[in-house]
Write a protein that binds this ligand. Structure first.
Ligand SMILES: [Zn+2]
Length: 140
């Protein structure tokens, strides 16, 4: 399984987090084959420079996997980053505070949560009357 359903540690919003943090053996093999194909396409033979291309492909793929994992770890609702919190809790707190202030008015974390709730106006005419049931009472 590539991802897992988890909850944000700060706002408890459910989200999907990629579990893959680094390249797998299959990814290394694909990078190797891609570099061989690139070598044949560029120089029409298996040039030793394909090893440099192989390392370049590995670096690009590893960077892509790490960036994808880091983006999935960070909460999109509150901006909480657990990796940053593990390294520096004060920095993570500052980032969350800035994120919430930036999204003020659009976020669920506004200063007055009642302003996002619809107002309910009760009409006293249409309100049902509360009467005691007289139908099933025995006759006097
Ligand atoms: Zn969150």
């Amino acid at each position: 399984m590539k991802y897992e359903n988890r909850f944000c540690a700060f706002c408890r919003h459910p989200r999907k987090v990629y579990l893959k943090m680094h390249l797998s053996l299959t990814n290394y093999l694909l990078c190797f084959l891609s570099s061989i194909v690139f070598s044949y396409a560029a120089w029409h033979e298996l040039d030793p420079r394909f090893l440099l291309i192989f390392l370049f492909f590995i670096a690009i793929a590893e960077l892509f996997v790490i960036v994808r994992w880091r983006m999935s770890v960070k909460c999109k609702i509150c901006g909480f980053d657990p990796v940053m919190y593990k390294n520096s809790p004060k920095q993570a707190s500052k980032v969350v505070q800035e994120f919430i202030e930036h999204r003020e008015g659009k976020s669920i974390f506004s200063k007055n949560p009642k302003e996002h709730l619809p107002s309910i106006i009760l009409d006293p005419v249409k309100e049902p009357e509360v009467r005691p049931k007289t139908e099933n009472l025995p006759p006097e």
